[in-house]
Design a protein around this ligand. Structure first.
Ligand SMILES: Nc1ncnc2c1ncn2[C@@H]1O[C@H](COP(=O)(O)OP(=O)(O)OP(=O)(O)O)[C@@H](O)[C@H]1O
Ligand SMILES: [Mg+2]
Length: 582
């Protein structure tokens, strides 16, 4: 995990190195100042040497300025290194998410990916900055201050040691309990993000079901949980400051008392006592810094794990060693195919599927919801890999193809299709970035999308909102079909893609396909018999198996399920075709 993350520091190694170096410079400057101050008192004030006061004062000023410079450089390089590190982490995650297969996507919820890309990265960024600046500075300034103090007076230095030990124990105890709460906070963040994400993406459904109050309640609960946990954690952290103050003032008191005795017995000078008091502050402040570093490290540990998970996730569906770069034809064959979601571990969704579709054939698929129609076709463009058996396109196992080549030739209009923000042209050109305006228009004509696009004031330059929010369901489906057509695929798969289109337009689209792209294998999943009945052959799915495969007439004769669907949709009193435009 550490390796995965540190690899992302890459071009920010230099600032990452310069930050602690600058901090070391700052510490040295800070450590010199108390010594000089002591000398001013002892030799300048007590010795009555004014010019010594001035020259040492100037030296102190120069050293303080140098310290300031180092401090600023430390801050500058620290910010650069940590922000750069965060940028690389985000990029590495995003890049890897793009390679995810469908089953990888099933594995991570979108809200958790968003948390990982934002909150978790910010945590790491802050922790990294802190570590770079404090992890070296803290211990170093503590050790140097301790040595300097011991050189001046070993007796007084022992007071520090006791204070450091006591305060250290207290901090360790506090951190243990605080961390537990912080860990819980991050888990709750996921819940909160999930609640927001779900609500915002489905806000229309929430409104139409008047579920706002329920959603507000759900959000409040997640939000309240975080509030409570933070309160508990911060309450404990709040105790750190008083403890710190008690230690500092306790030390000052003890040192002043012991120091005063020593000054009277002439074993310590006033200037030395002043230096010791300054070191006392230094040591305890460093301890505090160290404690903060520890808190940050443990806090970011959970974040680091979650980020590494995303970067390390390997896409299950990858290109083979020597991929086939050409799809010979549009034939499809399933041989003894079994398939289960959840990386083959779930319950089997498809069992022993054998079927063969000729190139250029039009095939309809019909069956009850959940009978695994979508699952069946998702194997053809290798959105998922089979659990057993093989799927062949153009006579070659889909796992042997270059993924891009395969998916260009097998164009799928997914059941859960979506459009992206951009103009209609932009959206269409997802299918083929080089398509000319004329080609875009032809694809829209085939998908019967031209009729409504022409009516829009800006035509093909109309802006589509994110997710296609400003077009109707049927319009969106037709744009998605046009987009898929622009790929000029050998196999076109429509997964329930005309469900929101009226039957007359649906028929027109099918007719256009038959006339204009007769060589393309067409696989059409539909709920309406009318959408599939004029296909060359029809597959009837039942609970993950093929119950029948043949022409409309054959299925009517031999397949009970098909007959039942047919009768329910065309029988007396049925208004299945009420929307046909005559
Ligand atoms: N991503 C997924 N992860 C796990 N299980 C899934 C996933 N997608 C579908 N399933 C399960 O697989 C089964 C078949 O689903 P599938 O989507 O293939 O049905 P379908 O025939 O297309 O249904 P519909 O007509 O409603 O679209 C269902 O039981 C469903 O719960
Ligand atoms: Mg489906």
């Amino acid at each position: 995990m550490i390796k995965t993350l540190t690899r992302q520091i890459r071009e920010f190694k230099l600032p990452s190195l310069l930050t602690p170096v600058s901090m070391v410079g700052e510490v040295f400057c800070e450590m010199l100042i108390p010594v000089l101050m002591g000398r001013i008192v002892d030799e300048g004030i007590y010795g009555g040497n004014f010019s010594y006061i001035v020259s040492t004062g100037l030296k102190m000023l120069a050293i303080a300025l140098l310290g300031l410079f180092f401090g600023i450089m430390g801050g500058f390089f620290g910010a650069k290194a940590s922000a750069g590190f965060a940028k690389n982490l985000r990029k590495a995650m995003f890049d890897n998410i793009q390679t995810f297969s469908f089953s990888n996507i099933d594995h991570f919820s979108p809200s958790s990916l968003v948390t990982r890309l934002t909150t978790d990265v910010t945590n790491i960024q802050n922790a990294y900055m802190m570590i770079l600046r404090m992890a070296v500075r803290g211990p170093m300034s503590m050790v140097i201050a301790m040595i300097m103090a011991t050189v001046i007076s070993p007796r007084i230095a022992s007071i520090y040691l006791i204070a450091v030990l006591l305060l250290g124990c207290f901090m360790i105890f506090m951190m243990g309990t605080t961390n537990r709460y912080f860990h819980q906070v991050f888990e709750k963040y996921d819940e909160l993000n999930a609640s927001v994400e779900e609500n915002v993406t489905a806000v229309r459904v929430v409104k139409s079901y008047v579920r706002e109050d329920y959603e507000i309640g759900k959000f409040q609960k997640a939000s309240l949980n975080i509030y409570r946990l933070f309160c508990r954690a911060e309450l404990r952290l709040a105790l750190v400051n008083p403890a710190m103050n008690a230690a500092v003032y306790g030390c000052i008191l003890l040192i002043s008392w012991a120091g005063a005795h020593m000054i009277i017995s002439r074993t310590l000078t006033t200037g030395e006592l002043m230096s010791l008091l300054a070191y006392c502050m230094n040591i305890l402040m460093s301890l505090m810094m160290l404690a903060m570093v520890f808190v940050m490290i443990t806090l970011s540990e959970a974040s680091a794990k979650r980020i590494a998970e995303v970067i390390e996730e390997k896409s299950e569906i990858r290109n083979p060693e020597n991929p086939v770069m050409r799809v010979p034809d549009g034939s499809v064959e399933f041989r003894q195919v079994d398939f289960a979601y959840d990386r083959g571990a779930g319950k089997p969704v498809l069992r022993e599927i054998n079927l063969s579709i000729r190139s250029g054939e039009s095939v309809g698929i019909i069956g009850a919801t959940g009978s695994a129609k979508s699952s069946l076709v998702s194997l053809i463009s290798r959105l998922y890999d089979v659990t057993a058996g093989e799927v062949l396109v153009g006579g070659i196992d889909v796992r042997n193809y270059d993924l891009e080549v395969l998916r260009d030739q097998v164009s799928v209009v997914l059941q859960k299709n979506t459009l992206f923000s951009g103009t209609i042209y932009d959206n269409l050109r997802w299918g083929d970035p080089k398509a000319t305006d004329e080609e875009c228009r032809r694809a829209c004509r085939l998908a019967c999308a031209d009729e409504f696009i022409d009516k829009m004031p800006e035509g093909y330059n109309t802006w589509i909102e994110q997710g296609g929010a400003n077009v109707s369901g049927g319009q969106r489906q037709r744009l998605c079909i046009a987009r898929a057509l622009l790929k000029k695929p050998k196999i076109l798969i429509l997964d329930d893609s005309t469900s929101a289109v009226d039957t007359a337009t649906d028929a027109k689209i099918r007719k256009a396909f038959a006339e204009e792209i007769p060589d393309t294998t067409r696989i059409i999943i539909a709920q309406r018999i009318s959408s599939v009945q004029d296909c060359d052959r029809i597959i009837v799915m039942e609970d993950g198996t093929i119950s029948g495969f043949g022409t409309h007439e054959e299925m009517l004769r031999t397949n009970a399920i098909y007959r039942e669907i047919y009768e329910s949709q065309t029988g007396a009193g049925s208004d299945a075709d009420f929307d046909r435009k005559e």
